[in-house]
Design a protein around this ligand. Sequence first.
Ligand code: AMP
Ligand code: MG
Length: 487
Amino acid sequence: MTTSRGPSSARVRTDRLWEDVESLLSVDEARERVLAAVDALPAVRVPLLDALGLVLAQPVVAGHDVPPFTNSAMDGYAVRASDTAGASYDHPATLTVVCEIPAGSRCAVSIGPRQAARIMTGAVLPEGADAVVRFEETDEWESGPDSATSRGRAEIRVFRPAKPGENVRLAGEDVAAGQEILPAGTVLRPACIGVLASLNQRWVTVHRRPRVAILATGNEVIDLGPELLPGQIRNSNNYTLAALVKQCGGEPILLGVVRDDPDEIRSRLRSARGADLILTSGGVSIGDYDLVKHVLQAEGRVELWQVRIKPGKPMAFGWIGGVPMLGLPGNPVAAYVAFLQFGRPAILKMLGYQDWTLPTVRARLLAPCENRGQRRHFVRVRLERQEAPSSTSSFSIPGPYREDTAPQRNSTTRIPASITVAPTSALVVGVSPRMSQASTMAPVTSWVNRTLATAAFNRRTLALYSVWPIAFGTRPSASRERTTCRE
Ligand code: AMP
Ligand code: MG
């Protein structure tokens, strides 16, 4: 009896665990819950350059034309186009030069018939003129562009007919006065900053940056400074998370490390009252000293706990002192992955962003990447660009790595500088449980595309990438009995 009950009870336990995992929230459901709890933060006025990466809270209406006056797009001669009709090398149009207009000055006289003004790029087009002929199309060029005889000429010969409006930039051609040039909700990229500067906007009204309090927990966790004693580990999470928060546009507030002690956790969390979001790491699992969730429960409200994600399952989300709080797992990789999936979207939403999907690249997986569980797996990969998309033969499966290998392993990621990919997107690729035999290209590309969707760059220039799983079981012969699960 004893011998027959052993395996059977073991099977029951496994099945129960299996069902438990199935009943957890999916990554997408959990993210929706987190996002439902936060909103864009109030508007503030910030100096123009500080607005980079922030989101306009009000539309910007142009107070004047850009360019503010009609001007020359070339160095040359401002002319009346009709005076140059039929001009050629054999029969040039000869014009009298009546003034010289460097950028920043104006011509006092109007250009009359058979007259021209020597004009520089950006200078005001003089009255009477309606086109600019380039130096290269006049006899000024005959003695060379640097010739001393180029200047102060009384007469100029034009070799080509100018069209009305040629080489002329009209006032308001880029932006017309009164036009709503940037709607509310615009993410201010460098080009927008330039447009705002051209409109003399020294201050901009944007959604303010979220203040994100970051707290590490764990008796063994020691902040930077003192030597480590046996059994202690360095607090890396606070710094990874603060860097990620900064990268997203948030303002990190480092709250240091607390021991696995409910009173310490409670009192340190109280100091985060003014924050817009709290991130903790560690202490949310089911171990004896995992007390963060209990404090959240006692002092505030737990909205969700545990998600169908690997790594990062014991993630908690709730409210404490009126502040939303994400309790991230302590494992540095798990904290990183969970931040990208739940923290980053929350911060971007508070900043006023409407799109928080991670940028992705299409890639060919070069080694089987098997997910035998019910959780969506995030796998650290090495991304390599291949010159010849069809050739994969030179790649082999990397050796087995532990799941919790340091994230620094990803520093081997190689991404060509010409492609705009957020560094984080290259490090983490979601793998659906269905994608068991990933050595074939189709399921990999279609799944990655469908799930992680938006590419941050023009897809037409997209090259084929190879994805090397480097941190997840790469056993090609692993059993596939559980590949028919949901997700
Ligand atoms: P926990 O989630 O508290 O069970 O922690 C899981 C693992 O992550 C343990 O090995 C911890 O030592 C480690 N860990 C927890 N917090 C940190 C931290 N702030 N920096 C680096 N590792 C940590
Ligand atoms: Mg701990």
